[in-house]
Design a protein around this ligand. Sequence first.
Ligand code: C5P
Length: 302
Amino acid sequence: MTAITVRAPAKVNVGLSVGPLRDDGYHDLVNVFHAVSLFDEVTAAPADRLQVRVEAAPGSPVPVADVPVDDRNLAVRAARLVAARLGVEPRVALRVRKAIPVAGGMAGGSADAAAALLACARLWDDGGRLDLMELAAELGSDVPFALMGGTAVGLGRGERLTPLPTGGTFHWVFAMAHGGLSTPAVYAECDRLRAGRRVPPPEASDELAAALAAGSAKDLAAALHNDLQPAALSLRPDLRRTLDAGRDLGALGALVSGSGPTCAFLAESDRHAADLAAALAERGVAASTLRATGPAPGATVL
Ligand code: C5P
């Protein structure tokens, strides 16, 4: 059997409403995911034992030295889960090529998990017996969306997905920060900042859904919302400068992507995105800049 390569997209949360902390340590969300055209690729090849190699995609500025290559790696966990469900040994060599910032709030680890799930299922699951969405939810709250792609609203932990219609292509610039942020640490900071206040249930935004459906970048910019942003800024006050610079340089909208520290800027057009990326780099407010469009497809066999 030959090697299988799958690519899976990054996401930006265009609307993230965080409810109170639940007894199981998670928060109920109304999480509007939007997949963008930055892709990690996972190649799965038959081998005598489970191995993983992680590298930057050719030409990508994403540092990969901090990505674990043991059982903390979500692609490894995905391979083990598929093998366990099928009752086979996980005899596979995984090569993960990263173009999505690591620990950046763009669900790069979840993309790797989704890609590895699909690749290993193709290698071992002849009859297509597995429910990959169910396995994805077991691996992490953002993994089902990395399989699905497009634009979708996630309820519960974010794993109960409904696709949202999108009326056009949106142009994004992402400012990568030096270093990463831990998602649990950002949620814990969010709880700390809200301590003593009654936290309402998470809310859906009609304005956001309408802006996406209309394909209006201006309306989408006005409706962007991330409840984790104050927590990310509390842990990384330097990000305020990055967001301010983007707004100052003419971004239609600016927000922290998910739990950060990557900052996302919405542009009017491809040309505007290119100019904005260059201007942000010149201001020195980002480790690197990346450009992408959304919505992008979910995990796909190449
Ligand atoms: O599901 P996942 O493993 O990706 O979640 C990582 C961490 O993010 C959780 O351990 C939890 O601290 C936080 N989280 C949360 N509420 C969610 C999703 C994630 O508190 N809905």
